[in-house]
Design a protein. Structure first.
Length: 924
DNA sequence: TGTCTGGCGTAC
DNA sequence: GACGTACGCCAGACAT
C-alpha cells in the first residue's frame, strides 16, 4: 500500500452483474431479491476498509444509448435485457452506496468504463495512486505506473491485482496493447466482432511479434497459414473494433476531484437500509460499532502491530477494536464462572485447540467457548513454551466439562465438529449434542462455494477478517505446534474462533430456516451424519502392509525392465514419468504423429493417445504399462503402508462432508474412494484391505443407483419397467436401441448401450459417445436419437431439467439438496454447456449421495443399538463396507440389504449387492 | 527447501 | 468444446 491513500474507483456495473450471477439469489422475507446488492455492499465495505481511500467513486452505467451505439448499431445487440430480479436491486443499491458515503456517478452517453478512465487518468496526472476495482478486463488498458487494477470477487474467492507486469503476465501484452488485443479478439458479450478463430493466444502472439495492431496490419501479407488468411480477410473491421474497445479518458464531468472526497458512512441512513433489506449481519455489526465510526485511518498502519497479544501479522485493514470481551481462563474461579454460563446457556459454541491436525494424534492444548456474541473465553490447558504461565489441569477441566459435552440434550455449535469429536475422544470424552455445525450450514446453503472454513465464512457472512492460524502458529518450516503459541496470542485467536462460530451460526441459521427443505436436509441428514462419519474414521480399516510391500517390490522389478526396454527403443535414457520428456522423445525425436494437444498446446501423451500410437509402434505400449504400474506403486502400494497408524495398526481416512458440490462425500489421507478395481493388477491392492481374525469384510453396493434415480426422476415407463422386472439394464437398453430381442443382444451392443447409459448420466454429447465407442459421429447421433425415441421420458426430463436450471439458477435432488449453476445463463456457450451438463448430472449424483447418507444413518442407528457385532468402516459413493464378526455375518447380510434398500422410497426398487470375504477384493 | 501448476490417472 | 464428481502422484518451475 502506498503512503498516500489512493483514489478508489469501483466499476459498480460490472460488480453488480458479477454478484448477481455468482451469488445465491437471496431475498428478504417478503421475497424481494437482495443477493446482488448484498454482494456489492460487502465488496465495497471490504475495499474501503482495506484501502482507506481519501477519495473514491462508484461508477455505474447510465441508461440509454452511448456513443458506441452510434459507432456501431449492433453494439451489445445480443445482450438480453437486465433480468427483473436484478433491475429491482439497482435503485436500492444506489441508495446504499450513497449511504456508505461513496460518491456515485452514472453519466449518460458513455459507459462506466469511460468515466473510470477519465477519473483515473486525471488523478494519475495529479500524482495520485489509483486503484480500479472491476471485474471487467477491458479496463486493463488503463494500467500504468500509478493505476492498478484489482479484480476481487472471483469465483474462487481470491483476487488478482494487475500492475503493468501483471497485465503483461495475464494477457501477454502490455496495457497499451490491450486495445489492439481486444480489437483482434472481439468481444462476444458486447457483440464486437473479432477475427474468427483468433483468440487471446494468437492475438497476443501477433502483438508480441509486431508490437501493435498498426504494425501487424502493415505486415499482414507476411502472416502465414489460415490465421493469416483470416486476418487479411477482416482487415476492414479492425479500426471499428478498436474504436469500440477504446476507453475514453476525456469525458466531461460535472464533479471535480474534490467532489470525490470520502468521509465515511451516513450511519442513520445505512442502518435504515440494512434494516429495510434485512442485511442482518451488517446491521448488527454497524449497531455494535462505536458511533460515529472512525474514518481516518493511518494508511501506513503504524499502530497495527502494537496491539497487545494478537498481532503477528496484523494489517491496517483489520477491523478496529470492536466491543469484544475475551477472557483467558487460568483460575479455578474464572473457570467456575464460565462453567455456570455454559450450563445456563440454551446453546454454546466451542472449539478445541490441539497439538496436531491429524485427528488420531491430536491432543488438547486448550478449549474455547462462547454463549453470546463478542464474548468468549479461552482455557489454556497444555501450553508448554518456556516460562508458560500456570494453567488449569487438563484432566480436571475435561472432567468438569464432561457432563455438558456428553449430554445430547445440551446443544452445541461448532465449526467442523467432527474434528473436535475425535479430539475429545482421544481424551475419553464422547461428544454428543451436536446441534449445529457452521461448516455444514454453509455447505447446505451453497455447496458450490469453494471453501467453508471459518476464515472464509467470517469474511463472507460477517464481513470480518479473522485471525488466521498461520498468524499465531506460523507456516511451513517455521510452523510451531499450538502448544508452543504464547497464551495471550492463543487466547485472542481461540476465543475469536468460538465467538465467530457463534455469530456465524446466528447469521446462517435464519437463512437455512427460510428454506425449509434445506433446513430439513441439514437437520435430518448432514448433522446426524457427523458422529457416524467420525465413528467410521475412528474405526479405520486394517491393511496388510507386508503384502503391499511385496507388491511394491514386484512392481519395482517390472518397472526396471520396462524402463530399460523404453530407453532401448528411444535410443537414449529419459524419465518415463515426465510427460515433458516423453513428449520430446515421441514427437520430436521419433517423429510420431501428434494425436491431440493438452490445454496448454503441448502434444498430449495421455492414455488415449498412447493406445492409438501403440497400434503402430512399440514404445507407447511399453510406456502404458510403465505408467499403470508406477501409478499403482506410487499412489497405493508404497503409500498405504506409510499411513498405517502405529497405535491402531489401521489406516484412518478423512471423510470430507463439505467439499463435493453435488452432496457426495470425499475422502483423503488416504483417499479410499479411488482404490483400483477395474484391472487385475489393481484389484490386488484391495486384497491388502483385510478382515482381522474372527471377522469378515462385507461389501454392500447399490446396483446402478444413478440410472435408477434417472428412471425415478424422469418417470420414463420403459426404463422403470426394466428395473421393476429386474432386468440387466444395459442389455435392456441395447435391445431397445438396436431393436433386437433381449436374448439376442450381442456383447458389442451391450457395451454400446452401457456407454450410452453412462453418457446420459454425465450429459455426454453424441461427439463424446462417438469418441468413447470409436464410431462415427453420425452413428453415435443415431444411437442417441433412437435412445430418446425409445425412452421419451428421459428426453423430457433432461429438457425440463435444463429449463428449470436456467429459470431458477439451481437444480435440486429428490431430497431438496440444491446446487447453484451461475453459468447456466452465461453468454459463453462453452460455460453454459458445461453448466447444463452439471444440471443434468447433479440431481442424479446428488440424490444417490442423499440416499446412501440416509442408509448410513439407518445402519449406524441399528449398529449403535446393538443390532450386530459389526462396524461400518468405509463409504465409496454407492458402496458401504463393514467389518463383521464372523459368526454374525449370516444375520447381518440380509438386514443391511434391507436397510439400504429402504433408505429411499423411489418409484423403482433399490437393489443392493452384498459380498463377503476375508479381504475387500474377495467381498466383491 | 517449500509451494504451486500441469499432466495424468484412479474411483464412482 | 465436446463426460459429471472427487484426490493425489510426479515433474518442473519458481520463490525462499
Amino acid at each position: 500500500m502506498t503512503a498516500t491513500p489512493p483514489l478508489l474507483l469501483v466499476d459498480g456495473s460490472s460488480y453488480l452483474y458479477r454478484a448477481y450471477h455468482a451469488l445465491p439469489p437471496l431475498t428478504t422475507a417478503a421475497g424481494e431479491p437482495t443477493g446482488a446488492m448484498r454482494g456489492v455492499v460487502m465488496m465495497l465495505r471490504n475495499l474501503v476498509e482495506r484501502f482507506a481511500p481519501s477519495h473514491a467513486a462508484v461508477v455505474f452505467d447510465a441508461s440509454g444509448p452511448t456513443f458506441r451505439d452510434a459507432l456501431y448499431p449492433d453494439y451489445k445487440a445480443h445482450r438480453p435485457p437486465m433480468p427483473d430480479d436484478l433491475r429491482a436491486q439497482v435503485e436500492p443499491l444506489h441508495a446504499m452506496v450513497r449511504a456508505l458515503g461513496l460518491p456515485l456517478l452514472a453519466v449518460p452517453g458513455v459507459e462506466a468504463d469511460d468515466v473510470i478512465g477519465t477519473l483515473a487518468r486525471d488523478a494519475a496526472a495529479r500524482g495520485l495512486a489509483v486503484v480500479v476495482a472491476t471485474g471487467d478486463k477491458d479496463l486493463a488498458q488503463l494500467v500504468d505506473a500509478r493505476i492498478t487494477l484489482l479484480d476481487t470477487m472471483k469465483r474462487n474467492g481470491e483476487e488478482s491485482v494487475y500492475d503493468r507486469a501483471g497485465v503483461l503476465a495475464k494477457f501477454g501484452v502490455p496495457p497499451e496493447a490491450i486495445v489492439d488485443l481486444l480489437a483482434l479478439m472481439g468481444d462476444s458479450v458486447d457483440n464486437i466482432p473479432g477475427l474468427p478463430g483468433v483468440g487471446p493466444k494468437t492475438a497476443a502472439r501477433w502483438l508480441a511479434e509486431y508490437g501493435s495492431l498498426d504494425a501487424l496490419v502493415a505486415n499482414a501479407g507476411a502472416i502465414k497459414g489460415k490465421a493469416g488468411d483470416t486476418l487479411r480477410a477482416h482487415l476492414g473491421q479492425l479500426p471499428l473494433a478498436r474504436a469500440l474497445a477504446t476507453i475514453r479518458c476525456d469525458v466531461p464531468l460535472e464533479v471535480g476531484f474534490d467532489g470525490l472526497a470520502y468521509h465515511g458512512p451516513e450511519r442513520p441512513a445505512l442502518l435504515a437500509l440494512y434494516r429495510r433489506y434485512e442485511f442482518n449481519s451488517l446491521l448488527r455489526e454497524l449497531e455494535a460499532a462505536p458511533a460515529p465510526a472512525p474514518v481516518a485511518v493511518d494508511a501506513a498502519g503504524g499502530e497495527a502491530a502494537a496491539g497487545d497479544a494478537v498481532a503477528v501479522d496484523a494489517t491496517p485493514a483489520d477491523p478496529p477494536a470492536k466491543v469484544r470481551d475475551y477472557d483467558v481462563v487460568v483460575t479455578a474461579a474464572a473457570f467456575a464462572g464460565w462453567l455456570a454460563r455454559l450450563e445456563a446457556a440454551a446453546l454454546f459454541a466451542f472449539d478445541t485447540e490441539t497439538t496436531s491436525l491429524d485427528y488420531m494424534q491430536a491432543e488438547i492444548v486448550g478449549v474455547s467457548f462462547a454463549v453470546e456474541p463478542h464474548r468468549a473465553a479461552y482455557v489454556p490447558l497444555a501450553h508448554v513454551y518456556p516460562a508458560a504461565p500456570e494453567q488449569l489441569d487438563r484432566a480436571e477441566v475435561l472432567a468438569a466439562l464432561r457432563p455438558l459435552l456428553e449430554d445430547p440434550a445440551r446443544a452445541k455449535v461448532g465449526q467442523h465438529l467432527k474434528y473436535d469429536w475425535h479430539v475429545l475422544r482421544n481424551h475419553g470424552v464422547a461428544l454428543a449434542g451436536i446441534a449445529h455445525d457452521t461448516m455444514l450450514e454453509s455447505y447446505v446453503l451453497d455447496s458450490t462455494a469453494t471453501r467453508h472454513d471459518m476464515d472464509s465464512l467470517a469474511a463472507r457472512y460477517l464481513g470480518e477478517t479473522t485471525i488466521h492460524y498461520e498468524q499465531v502458529a506460523g507456516k511451513g518450516a517455521k510452523q510451531i505446534g499450538f502448544e508452543q503459541v504464547p497464551i495471550d496470542a492463543a487466547g485472542e485467536y481461540a476465543a475469536e474462533d468460538a465467538d465467530v462460530t457463534l455469530r456465524l451460526h446466528q447469521a446462517l441459521w435464519p437463512r437455512l430456516e427460510a428454506e425449509p427443505r434445506l433446513a430439513a436436509l441439514y437437520r435430518e441428514l448432514e448433522i446426524p451424519l457427523v458422529p457416524v462419519l467420525a465413528r467410521m474414521e475412528d474405526a479405520g480399516v486394517r491393511i496388510d502392509p507386508a503384502l503391499l510391500r511385496r507388491q511394491s517390490g514386484e512392481i519395482a522389478q517390472r518397472l526396471l525392465g520396462l524402463e530399460r526396454q523404453a530407453h532401448g527403443l528411444a535410443g537414449q535414457p529419459f524419465n518415463l514419468g515426465s510427460p515433458k520428456q516423453l513428449q520430446a522423445i515421441l514427437f520430436d525425436q521419433l517423429g510420431l504423429p501428434v494425436k491431440k494437444k493438452t490445454p496448454t498446446g503441448q502434444p498430449s501423451t495421455d492414455e488415449e493417445v498412447l493406445e492409438e500410437l501403440a497400434a503402430e509402434f512399440e514404445l507407447p505400449r511399453v510406456i502404458l504399462e510403465h505408467r499403470s504400474l508406477s501409478k499403482l506403486r506410487g499412489t497405493y502400494t508404497d503409500k498405504l503402508p506409510a499411513l498405517v497408524n502405529p497405535r491402531t495398526g489401521r489406516v484412518h481416512t478423512s471423510y470430507h462432508q463439505a467439499v463435493a458440490s453435488t452432496g457426495r462425500l470425499s475422502s483423503s489421507d488416504p483417499n479410499l474412494q479411488n482404490i483400483p478395481v477395474r484391472t487385475e493388477e489393481g484389484r490386488r491392492i484391495r486384497q491388502a484391505f483385510v478382515a482381522p481374525p474372527g471377522t469378515r469384510i462385507v461389501a454392500a453396493d447399490y446396483s446402478q443407483i444413478e440410472l435408477r434415480i434417472m428412471a425415478h426422476l424422469s418417470g420414463d415407463e420403459r426404463l422403470r419397467a426394466a428395473f421393476a422386472q429386474g432386468e440387466d439394464v444395459h442389455r435392456a437398453t441395447a435391445a431397445e436401441v438396436f431393436g433386437v430381442p433381449l436374448e439376442r443382444v450381442g456383447t458389442d451392443q451391450r457395451r454400446a448401450a452401457k456407454a450410452i447409459n453412462f453418457g446420459l448420466i454425465y450429459g455426454m454429447s453424441a461427439f463424446g459417445l462417438a469418441r468413447q465407442l470409436g464410431i462415427g459421429r453420425g452413428a453415435a447421433q443415431e444411437y442417441v436419437e433412437r435412445y430418446f425415441a425409445r425412452y421419451p421420458g428421459v428426453k423430457a426430463f433432461m429438457d425440463r431439467t435444463r429449463g428449470e436450471a436456467a429459470e431458477r439458477g439451481y437444480v435440486e435432488t429428490v431430497f431438496g439438496r440444491r446446487l447453484y449453476l451461475p453459468d447456466i445463463r452465461s453468454k459463453n456457450p462453452a460455460r453454459r454447456a458445461a453448466a447444463e451438463r452439471t444440471a443434468i448430472n447433479a440431481p442424479m449424483q446428488g440424490t444417490a449421495a442423499d440416499v446412501i447418507k440416509r442408509a448410513m444413518l439407518a445402519v449406524d442407528a441399528w449398529l449403535q443399538g446393538g443390532g450386530a457385532a459389526a462396524r461400518m468402516i468405509m463409504q465409496v459413493h454407492d458402496e458401504l463396507v463393514f467389518e463383521v464378526a464372523a459368526d454374525a455375518v449370516e444375520a447381518f447380510v440380509p438386514r443391511v440389504r434391507e436397510l439400504m434398500s429402504a433408505a429411499a422410497a423411489l418409484s423403482v426398487p433399490l437393489d443392493v449387492d452384498v459380498g463377503v470375504g476375508d479381504n475387500w477384493e474377495e467381498a466383491h
